[in-house]
Design a protein around this ligand. Structure first.
Ligand SMILES: [Fe+2]
Ligand SMILES: [Fe+2]
Length: 158
């Protein structure tokens, strides 16, 4: 999301933003779990292929878990405090969540490198291509979601 795209959402209320963010949360867990399952299948089918990235399925499974637990902290702790109007006490939790964003971005950068920027080799089967499309979708949406939090929602409480 560019800064002008981020500005498009800056007029939304806290609760409207949180509704939008919850939609990203659901999609991320769904997409990462589907991608991990698909990656296992493709990995089994192409066992021994020099091109299928070693460790991709494990990375996706770890990402599904860490993204899920980060999001759970936002939904169980942060969002209820924001919605209750007690946002003044949020400086510290927001800093911690920002550090988690950095860690999650590191995982994403590993995914970009492992998949060569989501570029399947010429011999890739349909499932392999679908897997990379799913990873690319997650990549775009995750970056949008973090921008919504870091550029619009969180600064309201800092
Ligand atoms: Fe979030
Ligand atoms: Fe977040």
């Amino acid at each position: 999301m560019s800064s002008s795209a981020a500005r498009r959402f800056s007029h939304l209320s806290d609760s409207e933003l949180i509704g939008l963010i919850r939609g990203y949360h659901e999609a991320h867990v769904r997409d990462l779990e589907a991608a991990a399952t698909l990656a296992r299948r493709v990995e089994d089918r192409h066992a021994g292929s020099p091109h299928f990235p070693a460790g991709l399925a494990d990375l996706l499974a770890r990402m599904a878990e860490s993204v899920g637990s980060h999001q759970h902290r936002e939904e169980a702790v942060l969002f209820p405090i924001i919605l209750s109007g007690e946002g003044a006490m949020l400086r510290q939790p927001i800093a911690a969540l920002g550090t988690e964003h950095d860690d999650l971005q590191d995982g994403l950068e590993r995914l970009v490198r492992l998949t060569r920027d989501y570029t399947p080799p010429a011999e890739a089967c349909a499932s392999w291509r679908k897997l990379y499309e799913l990873c690319r979708k997650y990549d775009e949406e995750f970056r949008e979601h973090v921008q919504l939090e870091e550029r619009i929602l969180f600064p309201r409480f800092l």
